[in-house]
Design a protein around this ligand. Structure first.
Ligand code: HEC
Ligand code: CU
Length: 340
């Protein structure tokens, strides 16, 4: 290689590395290394950090020794051929024992972490079934008689026991700040239990490639304080979906369209005639912050676009285009957003 070529290659590498590492600049909403938000995340993060630090130490020692050897023993103008030898029992014993000791330091906490990460006693915990669908999440609270979608709601400071399932393909339930991911596998139930520490909204993402809109299969964890949780449970249980007879005048048209249209075949809205389970449960839909499993804010503009053009809003979407007029879509959006 000419010196110029070498310099160009170096420059390209440097720029590439710079661009790569610039992704680490800011902790985004799914950044997990700082401030774990649950006991479960703390276990996983402690283990992860411990292994990373050991790996960094090993890297420094090995690369340091390598560099030292390369520089110290490099060939000079009149270096003679060094003595050649084969086999060294002492060195072989050393490089068998040293890695075994290092691996023990990794294996013991890892095995302990694996056991700790499985729900032990979950008596008294809030029970939730998290069910993966292409490409959204269903959340059922069997003890409370509540079903919702895409936003898993629970209180801070109380144990949550999640049973993770899937109705179609393998999905991955993952809220990075809350700790490791766990797969949703058809015909199986995987479990997670944790206690969240701080109220807030946290981001999640399906972590198993599950088809066209895998990247759009997000979720939110909405962690409430005790009062907020009680209010949410009450509101979900009281949901009456604003029956036609009492629906406020301004959303009555939307209600009629929804309860006589194709929506009936796929969605549930508690308190109305909509009882199908193909798509997300829309009970109290107006209380959700997002739309389309966490990809859009739940506002009028995005909702109207969603209703008019589901596929344009989300690739592969299993909700069909129902050829709604602008007027009907706006009326339906107003009704759905009034459900709170
Ligand atoms: C053939 C079944 C089907 C029909 C009919 C249907 N939907 Fe859907 N709908 C779905 C599915 C499936 C999703 C989830 C799409 C996704 O996020 O991947 C969905 C999602 C939605 C969402 C977003 C929910 C959320 O939490 O993000 C809304 C709102 C919605 N539908 C409203 C309607 C309305 C109103 C109608 C009638 C005009 C309707 N749907 C008709 C299947 C259907
Ligand atoms: Cu998925």
């Amino acid at each position: 290689m000419t010196a110029r070529l070498r310099r160009a290659a170096l420059l390209v590498t440097a720029v590439g590395v710079f661009i790569l590492f610039s992704a680490c600049d800011q902790p985004g909403p799914q950044w997990f290394w700082e401030r774990p938000e649950t006991d479960f995340a703390r276990t996983i993060q402690g283990l992860f950090s411990q292994i990373v630090y050991i790996a960094v130490l090993v890297f420094i020692v090995v690369e340091g020794a390598l560099l030292w050897a390369v520089l110290r023993f490099r060939r000079g103008a009149n270096t003679k051929m060094p003595p050649q030898f084969h086999g060294s029992t002492n060195m072989e014993i050393a490089w068998t024992i040293a890695p075994a000791v290092i691996l023990a330091f990794i294996a013991v906490p890892t095995v302990r972490g694996v056991f700790e990460s499985y729900p032990q006693t979950t008596a008294g915990a809030i029970q939730v079934r998290a069910i993966g669908h292409q490409w959204w999440w269903e959340f059922q609270y069997p003890d409370l008689g509540i079903t919702t979608a895409n936003e898993i709601v629970f209180p801070a400071g109380q144990r949550l026991h999640i049973k993770i399932e899937s109705v179609d393909v393998i999905h991955g339930f993952w809220i990075p700040k809350f700790g490791g991911k766990r797969d949703a596998i058809p015909t199986r139930v995987n479990e997670l239990a944790w206690t969240a520490e701080n109220p807030g909204i946290y981001y999640g993402q399906c972590s198993q490639l599950c088809g066209t809109s895998h990247a759009n299969m997000r979720l939110r964890a909405v962690v409430k304080d005790a009062a907020g949780w009680d209010a949410w449970v009450k509101s979900m249980k009281d949901a009456n979906g604003t029956p036609a007879a009492t629906a406020p005048e301004d959303v009555k048209k939307g209600y009629q369209l929804v309860s006589t249209g194709a929506c009936v075949g796929c969605h549930t809205i508690q308190g109305t005639g909509l009882k199908a389970r193909v798509g997300p449960d829309l009970t109290r839909f107006g209380e959700r912050t997002t739309l389309g499993s966490g990809i859009y804010p739940n506002d009028d503009a995005h909702l109207v676009r969603w209703l008019k053009d589901p596929l344009g809003s989300k690739a592969g979407n299993k909700m069909p285009n129902l050829q709604l007029t602008d007027e009907d879509a706006a009326a339906i959006a107003a009704y759905l957003r009034s459900l709170k």
